[in-house]
Design a protein around this ligand. Structure first.
Ligand SMILES: Cc1cc2nc3c(=O)[nH]c(=O)nc-3n(C[C@H](O)[C@H](O)[C@H](O)COP(=O)(O)OP(=O)(O)OC[C@H]3O[C@@H](n4cnc5c(N)ncnc54)[C@H](O)[C@@H]3O)c2cc1C
Length: 422
């Protein structure tokens, strides 16, 4: 079969939140962009809970009003933590912390949310190739110059001076280059399902995300969605969840629901809508954020344990940052990796702030309540971190947290590769 060839200014691998954001912003800048998406949308995705600072990227994409209109009626105004014996903490209400519009965010069904982002990129001028899977990076003279892909019509070559890897946890480029570094500490598994008719807290708390502790370094998420649907999942160490040889995801899930009094009482009498899904070992980062002609965004750059619902926020945030950096590269006609140093540093700062909070959360000695009792002056900074305001200097916060939990040193990851690609 012969290979057809297409030429663009930029090729984006993956049509999830990072890819469609990058493509939309590049198209807004006036560039010819291709999005390659291996599936056919709408497709299922996990990750329904938004955090407030994702609003900034959604606003840049012109989507805030549309999210309200599109039936994402379930507003998320807070996050609350529940101890392993079922006692709830005072929720962190975002509107008590900021009067910015971002204080009101959404719980979303991802198939619909991701479709909206992808449609938006296409409306802005990006060209979408669905059921088209990038298979190989193309190299010339030490630069990435596009990808080879498979499509329903056969093999296709997409050539462009810039390629953006937004392939999510498939980590298209980082795996091929051997850049993926698993996080040795955050080696968890997640098991989840959906319920119809489960309990919601009343009034302002109806759409709150609840994080309920599980002994054995773990937690449940409890995310109310529209149409009476609840997303419920448990995350913990593999050895803990698979103890006594239990491997069946539904059996693990049922046992853990029984053991967490708050979760048990909230799903009692509700209908479990589907067999459980399971995923494992998903926290990692990429050694490099860019090579000549190539940039990584979203989960393709790094993925953190989802305890603070940071994934989509980081995908949107790095998507915008990557697009602006690629735009400047295209305008300058300079596609060297060194151009993406600032991009890498800004993205890293966001990921690192979240990562330090995740580590503190998993430290069995740490409790938000005890920490804030000793350091009430840091309540604002903790909330900033929880809402994604990771642009501010959070070092004083983590210096104080280190008296209560093991806080990791910053990771030297995400620098551009300053050698030939390929
Ligand atoms: C258990 C769990 C719970 C989570 N909960 C939350 C949450 O509550 N809130 C939150 O914000 N985040 C959550 N996340 C994280 C969130 O799902 C991701 O961070 C987010 O989807 C990242 O967006 P992305 O665009 O980088 O990747 P994705 O959404 O994965 O999109 C990548 C796209 O690339 C496509 N693709 C892959 N390889 C190729 C290829 N070679 N060629 C073409 N296309 C390709 C895929 O089909 C996919 O559509 C959770 C994650 C897990 C594992």
């Amino acid at each position: 079969m012969s290979t057809s060839s297409q030429r663009f200014d930029a090729v984006v691998v993956g049509g999830g939140p990072a890819g469609s954001t990058t493509a939309a912003v590049l198209a807004q800048h006036g560039h010819r962009v291709a999005i390659l998406e291996k599936t056919k949308f709408p497709r299922y995705n996990i990750g329904e809970s938004r955090i407030p600072y994702g609003w900034l990227a959604l606003d840049r994409l012109g989507l805030v009003k549309r999210l309200d209109e599109a039936g994402f009626k379930m507003q998320k105004l807070s996050v609350q933590f529940v101890s392993h014996d079922g006692r709830g903490s005072t929720p962190f209400y975002f509107f008590k912390h900021t009067d910015h519009d971002c204080a009101r965010t959404w719980q979303v069904e991802r198939a619909q949310f991701d479709q909206m982002l992808l449609d938006n990129a296409v409306e802005k001028g990006a060209v979408l190739f669905e059921e088209t899977q990038a298979r190989k990076l193309l190299h010339e003279d030490g630069f990435v110059v596009g990808v080879e892909a498979s499509s329903p019509d056969g093999p296709v070559t997409f050539r462009a001076p810039m390629t953006i890897d937004a392939s999510g946890r498939d980590v298209f480029a980082a795996d091929r280059y051997g850049w993926r570094i698993p996080d040795p500490y955050l080696r968890k598994i997640a098991v989840w399902s959906y319920y119809e008719g489960a309990k919601r807290d009343p009034g302002v708390d109806e759409g709150a995300t609840t994080v309920a502790y599980v002994p054995g370094k773990g937690w449940f998420w409890y995310i109310p969605l529209a149409n009476d649907v609840l997303s419920v999942g448990v995350v913990a160490e593999r050895d803990y969840l698979q103890r006594d040889g239990v491997r069946d995801p539904d059996a693990i899930f049922a046992r853990e629901v029984e053991l967490q009094p708050w979760i048990r009482s909230h799903v009692e009498g509700a209908r479990k809508m589907a067999p459980c899904k399971i995923t494992s070992d998903y926290s990692y980062r990429s050694r490099h954020c860019a090579a000549n002609g190539l940039v990584l965004a979203g989960d393709a750059f790094g993925f953190l344990d989802p305890v603070f619902s940071s994934g989509v926020f980081l995908a949107l945030h790095t998507g915008v940052l990557a697009a602006d950096a690629v735009h400047e590269a295209l305008a300058a006609g300079d596609f060297r990796a060194a151009r993406f140093e600032d991009y890498g540093a800004t993205a890293r700062r966001a990921i690192e702030a979240m990562r330090r909070l995740v580590y503190a959360f998993y430290d069995e000695q740490f409790s938000f309540g005890a920490f804030l009792k000793a350091h009430p002056e840091f309540r604002g900074d903790i909330t900033d971190c929880l809402i994604g305001n990771v642009h501010k200097d959070l070092d004083p916060l983590f210096a104080a947290v280190s008296g209560f939990a093991k806080v990791p040193d910053p990771l030297e990851h995400g620098q551009p590769l300053l050698a030939a690609a390929g």
